[in-house]
Design a protein around this ligand. Structure first.
Ligand SMILES: *Cc1c(COP(=O)(O)O)cnc(C)c1O
Length: 395
């Protein structure tokens, strides 16, 4: 038959998620009976806090099983608006400026779709979360990658941002704390970057999904809090996945100026409709019982912090590995260039030889680096360090 299946331009251009690919390979090996150390996963290993699950179960029992308003149940949108005023210092946020979506990933995509037209440029600092450039492509936009490596603490400078802005630039993506590097911009660094964007009149998509996962006493700041002008231009994206260990619930949030939030709600109403109704009631319990939420978050953070320090120490003690001290999220992003292998080859070989799964940096726009998640058990971390050391010493 000379009529083969023809895929769209969109389908042909999109790269499959490399993080999910590593995960799939590791699971395959596990299923084959191999003892795999999986540093690949991008999700907390804790269960969702009980009180959140109970609220969801209750909603389900009460028949909250129907369509809800497309941008989210009103109580949840209101409580998120309130949180941004109370915790993040963003003035005058109304519930109508908040949209709840099926996952933070979809919130990011909606943010891009709402303001990016074909040919528009989006500045994406690397190392970046794997999905941003793919989403920009799906919107017909063009990613302009600017790089900040370990010597810059994985943080772009205001000058770098200013120099990369052209008449076609519409948006810059900021993700602090960062996946994959764990880097956190200080409030003054963030303010300087925001200033550059505001002066140029470009949007900031601020992905703050790791905002509560901070260590060493560092602070998170939302660019939308700096000024009225900033609040107009910043699209703040977040979600429940990482903070509350709710990855499978698929609940993301977006907060933006009213015209953008309305556009986002319209796109969502035509593409996915509301995020799962009863799941939103679980999220509502998290927002309305903030003390309980904070104590759940702090419990998780204490565990993450010990693992972070242990993995950091383990990696830093290996000859040839350079590992910056990440202060947010649950990732470390060491440089492995000195071994003379590409990160892809390093990851493939260590999985083969030592059954250690980690994610090569190429997919994050950072060849030479690998990402390790420490959202795994202490014993797995210990075993992993031993294996990585043996592997590196043998190279
Ligand atoms: C995990 C993650 C998200 C969104 O995750 P969801 O599970 O879709 O809510 C968004 N941005 C970054 C940087 C992430 O790591």
């Amino acid at each position: 038959m000379n009529n083969p299946i023809k895929l769209s331009t969109w389908a042909k251009n999109i790269a499959p998620s490399p993080t999910l690919a590593v995960d799939a390979k590791a699971k395959e090996l596990k299923a084959a009976g191999e003892d795999v150390c999986g540093f690949g996963a991008g999700e907390p290993d804790f269960d969702t806090p009980e009180f959140i699950k109970e609220a969801c179960t209750k909603a389900l029992a009460e028949g909250k099983t129907k369509y809800a308003p497309a941008p989210g149940i009103p109580e949840l949108r209101a409580s998120i608006a309130e949180k941004y005023q109370r915790d993040n210092g963003v003035d005058g946020v109304e519930a109508t400026q908040v949209v709840v979506s099926p996952g933070g990933k979809y919130s990011c995509y909606l943010a891009i779709l709402a303001v990016i037209s074909p040919g528009d440029e989006v500045i994406v600092p690397a190392p970046y979360w794997v999905s941003y450039p793919e989403m920009v492509k799906l919107a017909g936009g063009v990613s302009k990658i600017i790089f900040a490596g370990k010597d810059a603490g994985f943080k772009i400078s205001p000058e770098q941002l200013r120099e990369s802005i052209t008449p076609k630039t519409r948006m810059v993506v900021l993700n602090s704390p960062s996946n994959p590097t764990g880097a956190v911009y200080t409030p003054s660094e963030m303010e300087a970057l925001t200033q550059v964007a505001v002066e140029a009149g470009i949007y900031i998509m601020s992905d703050e999904i790791y905002e509560y996962l901070l260590y060493d006493g560092v602070e998170h700041v939302s660019p939308a809090s700096f000024s009225k002008e900033a609040a107009q231009l910043v699209i703040t994206v977040s979600g429940f996945s990482k903070t509350f260990s709710m990855t499978g619930w698929r609940l993301g949030t977006l907060m933006a100026s009213l015209p953008i939030a309305k556009a986002v709600a319209s796109i969502q109403s035509q593409t996915s409709s509301n995020a799962t109704t009863f799941a939103q009631y679980g999220a509502l319990a998290a927002m309305q019982n903030w003390d309980k939420s904070l104590s759940a978050i702090h419990g998780m953070l204490e565990v993450f912090n010990l693992r972070r320090l242990r993995l950091l120490e383990g990696l830093q003690s290996i000859d040839g590995i350079e590992c910056p001290r990440a202060q947010g999220a649950f990732y470390l992003f060491p440089n492995v260039e000195s071994f003379g292998l590409s990160a892809n080859d390093f990851a493939a070989k260590i999985l083969q030889d030592e059954k250690v799964a980690l994610v090569p940096g190429e997919g994050f726009g950072a060849p030479g680096y690998v990402r390790l998640s420490y959202a795994i058990s202490d014993s797995m971390i210990e075993k992993g360090i031993e294996r990585i050391a043996r592997f590196c010493n043998g190279l």
